[in-house]
Write a protein that binds this ligand. Structure first.
Ligand code: FAD
Length: 307
């Protein structure tokens, strides 16, 4: 019951101001967002790659309100890519971007977001890596898929995310399961109405398996974005029956969640990519992590009270 309430709060400016100014212990936010600057995040990049893990990196931020903020987002990613260059990690460190941070919701937003994200995709390609477009709420997805298609003309390894909770996703998956595509499948993290999305966990899980089967049997590169042990076991079985080798799909999990499982899957020879977020505008990302697991909220509340 708490999840939808927290998700509603994640889009509220008033709550953003209240929570961001609250004496939140750094420890709670750090669990999911382990740094505010590039200098703070680079040691984490080294630590994860030294442990045989790969990364997709997210400069936190979303729902910006001015074109200048969208340019600042672009520049933050360009700085990150520039700093990753000497590490020579190639696709072991890719980027995840939210188009709302690149201006998608502003007037003329589709074109603005494409114009701002293109230099990031170009810079990523120059250091031998790529970018994945995150999926935000359902109203943004037609624009996201169109931007994905436009970018893939010049940068075919640009990836995108699809969300199992949306009714539309089975059709999107059939379209995207084509040679050369890179598609991350997640359950979905936004508050969506019953007209467009499954509301029950068991329905979402069943849809996840149907969509994953489409991706595994297709010709693209499936990226399994989930911490759910049952879905991970099913993914391994689907990959086996589809005759995929270990380097023909990958698992992805969020930094700070089931870290032992990251290492276990990597030790088994799987490609395991950790979604690693950093930056100062952490509110929306942090609130979605609280909504996914109410126990996180209790921990958060306790840490505020015990100060
Ligand atoms: P769940 O059933 O929610 O969780 C399974 C188990 O994992 C839980 O029992 C718990 O042990 C653990 N767990 C899960 N979440 C948490 C948490 N927050 N804190 C502590 N433990 C937890 N969503 C989007 O809408 N768009 C995106 O672009 C997007 N990108 C993502 C990228 C990656 C790499 C991942 C892993 C997730 C992404 N998500 C995205 C979030 C996703 O939609 C889910 O909200 C999230 O992954 C939780 O679902 P689950 O599959 O892990 O299953």
């Amino acid at each position: 019951m708490l999840g939808p309430v927290i998700l509603a709060a994640s889009r509220s400016d008033r709550m953003r101001r209240l929570i961001s100014a609250a004496p939140v212990t750094k420890q709670v936010v750090d669990r999911f967002i382990p740094g505010e600057t590039v200098d703070e995040i680079l040691p984490i990049v080294r630590e994860l790659t030294d442990n045989g893990l790969e990364l997709t990196m997210d400069v936190v931020g979303e729902d910006i309100t001015t074109p200048e903020q969208a340019e600042a987002a672009r520049d933050a990613y360009l700085e990150l890519i520039d700093r990753l260059k000497p590490l020579g990690l190639g696709e072991r460190a890719e980027m995840s971007v939210k188009l709302s941070m690149f201006g998608q919701a502003l007037s003329g937003g589709h074109e603005l977001a494409l114009a701002n994200v293109r230099p990031v995709v170009e810079a990523a390609a120059e250091i031998g890596t790529t970018v994945t477009l995150d999926a935000e709420d359902h109203t943004t997805l037609d624009s996201m898929f169109a931007i994905h298609e436009a970018l893939r003309k010049d940068f075919p390894r640009t990836g995108c995310v699809i969300q199992a909770y949306l009714f539309r996703t089975e059709e999107d998956a059939r379209r995207l399961a084509a040679a050369g595509s890179r598609v991350r499948l997640v359950k979905g993290a936004y508050k969506e109405p019953a007209e467009v999305a499954y509301q029950q966990k068991h329905e979402i899980d069943k849809a996840y398996v149907r969509i994953l089967r489409t991706l595994m049997e297709g010709e693209g590169y499936p990226m399994i974005g989930s911490h759910d042990p049952r879905l991970i076991a099913i993914a391994q079985e689907l990959a086996r029956t589809a005759g995929r080798k270990l380097d023909e799909y990958e698992f992805q999990m969020l930094y700070g969640i089931r870290g032992d499982e990251h290492l276990r899957l990597a030790a088994e020879g799987h490609r395991m990519r950790v979604y690693t977020a950093y930056g100062t505008d952490w509110y929306g990302y942090f609130m979605r992590r609280l909504a996914e697991k109410p126990a996180n909220l209790r921990f958060f509340a306790r840490s505020m009270i015990s100060r």
